[in-house]
Design a protein around this ligand. Structure first.
Ligand SMILES: Nc1ncnc2c1ncn2[C@@H]1O[C@H](COP(=O)(O)OP(=O)(O)OP(=O)(O)O)[C@@H](O)[C@H]1O
Ligand SMILES: [Mg+2]
Length: 255
């Protein structure tokens, strides 16, 4: 289980995370939603240990990861997979190298790396002939899948996804969602998914809404459309009026 307690993060004089408390259950999919710039990526990066919080605690399987040394963090990175918001593939490396890079750097024999990379590509439904292609030769959906395969290389039990379907057409998004769902069940993963794609509710157990630097709603994904929590009601319907402050642009005044 991931237990976040009163997490706060400040960049210079700007508070982004303002006291987030959240429990993320094992073996389930929890989706985190919220407006652009709310600090969803910053929250994920704190859970993975890439950003140190200003204060607060994050317990992963009862270990406080906010106090780990660099060496301990390196070990932790292998237990928790992180799928970047923009696939973050290295353009000068082919798919095989991109997926296998951690193992190659560790000095695992190339033959063994190749076998593992092939297995992971199969898990994300990519054909073997993509092995020696470069990121520029792949579609957006394929790149996302390569990013996912790279995350799977260390056999993590927890996977954090940052906007896995943003920028993809509805059909490719559905394919990625099905794939994430299938992997979550097959590998008994704990998944945390930051997304703007409300279809993700169909694939999630829980939903948390981040607004004003805090969690304003946490509940069952299946009943979310019935909720009368004013924050979630406003957000999922995209209403300008409500407790979530929005920037209203008067186009008539502008032009
Ligand atoms: N390393 C950093 N240094 C300073 N400010 C940062 C840093 N990373 C993020 N921020 C700021 O924190 C705020 C939240 O950013 P974040 O990327 O987490 O938003 P988000 O909710 O993921 O948005 P989006 O939905 O657009 O991806 C932004 O104002 C951003 O400028
Ligand atoms: Mg983000």
């Amino acid at each position: 289980m991931i237990r976040i307690e009163d997490l706060k993060k400040r960049f210079d004089d700007k508070w982004v995370t303002k006291g987030v408390s959240l429990e993320i259950p094992d073996g389930q999919t929890t989706c985190i939603i919220g407006q652009s710039g709310e600090g969803k990526s910053v929250l994920l990066k704190q859970i993975i240990g890439l950003i140190k919080p200003t204060s607060g605690k994050i317990y992963v399987n009862n270990i406080d990861i906010t106090v780990l040394s660099d060496r301990e963090l390196n070990k932790y990175f292998k237990e928790v997979g992180y799928v970047f918001q923009f696939a973050a593939l290295l353009d000068s490396l082919n798919v095989f190298e991109n997926v296998g890079i951690t193992l190659i750097e560790e000095g695992v024999p190339v033959k063994k790396v190749l076998a593992i990379v092939k297995e992971k590509l199969q898990l994300v439904n990519l054909e073997e002939d993509t092995l020696y292609k470069y990121p520029s030769e792949l579609s957006g959906g394929m790149r996302k899948r390569v990013g996912l395969a790279r995350t799977l290389v260390t056999n993590p039990k927890i996977i954090l996804y940052d906007e896995p379907t943003t920028g993809l057409d509805p059909i490719t998004s559905q394919i990625i969602h099905d794939l994430m769902y299938d992997m979550q069940k097959r590998l008994a993963l704990t998944s945390v998914v930051v997304t703007h794609d409300l279809k993700m509710f169909n694939y999630s157990d829980n939903v948390a809404l981040l607004s004003g630097g805090k969690i304003r709603y946490y509940g069952d994904a299946k009943t979310i459309w019935e909720s009368d929590n004013p924050y979630i009601y406003q957000f999922i319907r995209g209403l300008p009026e409500g407790p979530i402050e929005t920037e209203i642009i008067h186009f008539k005044d502008k032009y």
